[in-house]
Design a protein around this ligand. Structure first.
Ligand code: AMP
Ligand code: ZN
Length: 326
């Protein structure tokens, strides 16, 4: 008693509920428990999992049962429509019937039915994992949560079976929840979502850009020199997929463009020490000055004295409004 009590009371440093849950499971089960039993007990505290299955209940199974006149929903409760007409024996028999249906299905399909929920289906090598997490600065690249709060997983952006590569640029760090959502959408309504990334338009100058003009690229974006540079070194970061504006690109595409911007900023300032600043810009819509209807990020190097008064930078899109200080 003494050691355990002392451990629980004084020594156990808790970064999560895991330790007391596991000790409790062992205690409740006479001192020994299968790893699955421990995992299930931890799971019972995981509200994110419960929330996930509440969504399934409401949006999928609940909807079907209501549509078929089997169940109804009042506030947060579901009820079986004909339950009051059932005798206790009938209830027993129906429970048995459900159990045999479940067993029959699992028997036929095996564990595959949960495959889409599995973590790390294909393990990413440790060194790559480390680099991706470092690049993401330990935060989910979709929702921004820190890895101290939620486990981060390193995952292919474009899955391998859709032609995605094993390159660093095709990996992203996602938290458990964002990754699970991504997987579920991949596996259900948006099964073809990844094919979307290969969409090109025949009459778009950026979709059909000559390969020789591309100075760099990664999984979802590429870089070209602007054909009519406003200043030396003016680059464009462009998503490979045809999409009209900044507001249509996905987070993964934005990340790809962002990485290229970082990399080429470094290259530009290394090659030209005269560069002392940058402007980054997206023109969105004709009225805002967009002339090529395929999203692109302008990366414009700036040098001291390149204009008379640089104050306000991008504010100067409205002439005379740049400098609000005078
Ligand atoms: P925006 O006005 O934001 O749509 O920007 C279009 C940019 O694309 C301008 O900066 C142009 O100089 C540049 N541009 C236009 N045609 C080409 C081309 N064929 N190759 C590279 N850059 C181009
Ligand atoms: Zn295009």
């Amino acid at each position: 008693m003494g050691t355990l009590k002392d451990y629980i009371e004084n020594k156990m440093s808790m970064s999560h509920v895991y330790q007391p849950v596991m000790i409790k499971t062992l205690l409740v089960n006479g001192g020994v428990a299968h790893k699955k039993a421990i995992a299930k007990d931890i799971l019972s505290y995981d509200i994110s999992q419960v929330e996930y299955y509440i969504r399934i209940t409401n949006n999928m199974v609940g909807r079907v049962l209501r549509k078929n006149g089997i169940a109804k929903k009042e506030k947060d409760n579901y009820s079986l429509i004909s339950f009051k007409d059932l005798s206790a024996e009938e209830v027993e028999a129906l429970i048995g019937l459900c159990e045999s249906k479940i067993a029959e299905y699992i028997d036929k399909r095996g564990d595959k039915i949960w495959e889409h929920r599995r973590r790390n289906r294909k393990a990413v090598p440790g060194s790559i994992r480390y680099q991706v997490l470092k690049r993401a600065k330990g935060r989910c690249e979709l929702c921004g949560i820190s890895m101290e709060e939620k486990a981060l997983e390193v995952d292919h952006i474009v899955p391998k079976n859709h032609g995605g590569e094993d390159s660093l640029d095709n990996y992203q760090a996602l938290c458990f929840t964002c990754n699970a959502n991504k997987r579920d959408t991949d596996d259900t309504d948006f099964r073809k979502m990844n094919a979307v990334y290969s969409h090109r338009e025949q009459n778009c100058i950026f979709c059909t850009i000559n390969k020789g003009r591309i100075i760099d690229s990664n999984e979802l974006a590429f870089v070209i020199r602007d054909k009519y540079p406003v200043t030396e070194g003016h680059l464009l970061m462009i998503p490979k997929r045809h999409c009209k504006t900044y507001f249509e690109i996905s987070q993964a595409e934005l990340n790809s463009m962002h990485r290229l911007a970082h990399k080429h900023r470094e290259i530009l300032i290394t090659e030209d020490p005269g560069i002392s600043g940058f402007n980054i810009g997206f023109n969105i819509g004709k009225d805002a000055g967009q002339t090529v209807n395929h999203c692109h990020m302008h990366l414009i190097p700036r040098r001291k004295g390149d204009v008379n008064n640089p104050v306000g930078g991008v504010r100067n899109i409205i002439p005379g409004k740049g400098d609000y200080t005078t």
